[in-house]
Design a protein around this ligand. Structure first.
Ligand SMILES: Nc1ncnc2c1ncn2[C@@H]1O[C@H](COP(=O)(O)OP(=O)(O)OP(=O)(O)O)[C@@H](O)[C@H]1O
Ligand SMILES: [Mg+2]
Length: 368
């Protein structure tokens, strides 16, 4: 499938698209603000041009009126060269079905959680799910966020009246009744979230076994899927608790930016509470660094902090800040299908591969 043509309009307020820089960065300011800019010199509102060469030339720098020297020497283009891009696109779209990622011998239920908002939970859920499904795994995405972003990203209808995860949680509807196939991606299904879910947090309070409603719905279908990814809302309320009780593994996306580690203690404490009282099998198995901007020292510092703290739970693959990743949802697509040759798609592909390989390396109950 040829790579879709690139849109000619900027999408969203991503500074890499708009070229807007925080005031401190414009003043040649300090790291805490400077890291966020992400872009070299695009005029506000202009679209960054993909560079045909790797790296930034002296001419680029000289002609750039608002260029502020970056904090590290790494000046690599955001997108890989064309030939490599094409090769990666074929590998990622996998039209022949040749490239496979190992399937676990029992379903892996992974809760994608971080109560901090906007760290890449939904983006990670959608892209890992698509990557695994394109490479031979049967995958279910459960959208547990009333915002319904995962449903939007997978282009699954989620308007009022559509059977959704609320029906599972409150009315005990079987998962199979509410899961919808994702168009264009064989082996991928999604349980959408409609606006009804916004009331579920309160309604659940008076429901019997309120913390394990989702768990019951998922275990009712034990062998149908290789992976179940649960996209959590940015809170530690009953919806997230339901996800933690239903899962065996927690995947925490951490944004490579300032304040990234704040709030993590609270998340880990909550996970430990659920583990002690409701789900002893729960394990924080995977940490994924997202929105990494290689041009800043701050991103490196966050990466080092996270790796020192969490050791080999942190995936080697790191997701860069990449415009294609943020554009994809507005086309109802994952970046894997929207621009499979992009650095964002490649990184999510590598992350999915690592997750799949880790799944079969675990000593108990797995086969290679
Ligand atoms: N690697 C990336 N490069 C550029 N933009 C990204 C990247 N990952 C995510 N984004 C953008 O960042 C924003 C937040 O991402 P996302 O919605 O996945 O976070 P979230 O943790 O699910 O947010 P919430 O807490 O609101 O559910 C989105 O606009 C998304 O498109
Ligand atoms: Mg989200």
């Amino acid at each position: 499938m040829p790579a879709p043509s690139r849109p000619d309009r900027p999408v969203g307020p991503d500074p890499a698209v708009t070229g807007h820089r925080p005031a401190a960065a414009q003043n040649g300011g300090v790291a805490a603000a400077d890291y966020a800019a992400g872009s070299r010199s695009a005029a506000p509102g202009s679209q960054p041009q993909p560079s045909p060469t790797v790296g930034v030339t002296m001419d680029d720098q000289a002609s750039s009126a608002v260029y502020v020297s970056r904090e590290t020497d790494s000046r690599v283009s955001d997108d890989p060269p064309l030939a490599m891009e094409a090769m990666r696109a074929v590998q990622i779209l996998n039209p022949s079905g040749e490239v496979t990622m190992p399937r676990p011998d029992h379903p892996r239920v992974m809760c994608v959680a971080n109560q901090k908002g906007g760290v890449g939970k939904t983006t990670t859920t959608v892209n890992l799910a698509v990557a695994l499904a394109l490479h031979g795994n049967r995958v279910l995405v459960v959208d547990l966020d009333p915002q319904g972003n995962a449903s939007t990203g997978l282009n699954v209808p989620h308007h009022t009246g559509v059977p959704d995860v609320y029906d599972c949680l409150i009315d005990g509807a079987p998962l199979a009744e509410v899961a919808q196939p994702v168009e264009g991606i064989p082996n991928l299904w999604c349980v959408p979230a409609t606006i009804d879910l916004a009331g579920a947090e309160i309604e659940l309070v008076s429901v019997v076994a309120r913390e394990s409603r989702l768990s019951r719905a998922i275990t009712g279908h034990p062998d149908q899927f290789d992976y179940v990814f649960i996209d959590c809302p940015p809170s530690l309320g009953l919806l997230t608790v339901n996800a933690l009780v239903a899962a065996q593994e927690v995947l925490i996306p951490i944004q490579c930016e300032y304040y990234a580690l704040e709030g993590l203690n609270q998340l880990i404490n909550n996970i430990n509470l659920v583990k002690q009282h409701l789900n002893p099998a729960l394990d924080v198995s995977t940490i994924l660094l997202t929105m990494y901007d290689r041009r800043t020292r701050l991103a490196d510092a966050v990466e080092q902090d996270v790796r020192n703290h969490f050791g080999d739970k942190v995936l080697q693959a790191v997701i860069p800040r990449n415009v294609r990743v943020s554009e994809a949802p507005s086309y109802g697509q994952s970046v894997m299908t929207y621009d499979p040759g992009s650095r964002g798609a490649t990184s999510y592909f590598e992350a999915a591969q690592e997750i799949a390989e880790r799944g079969v390396k675990e000593p108990v109950g797995r086969n290679a």
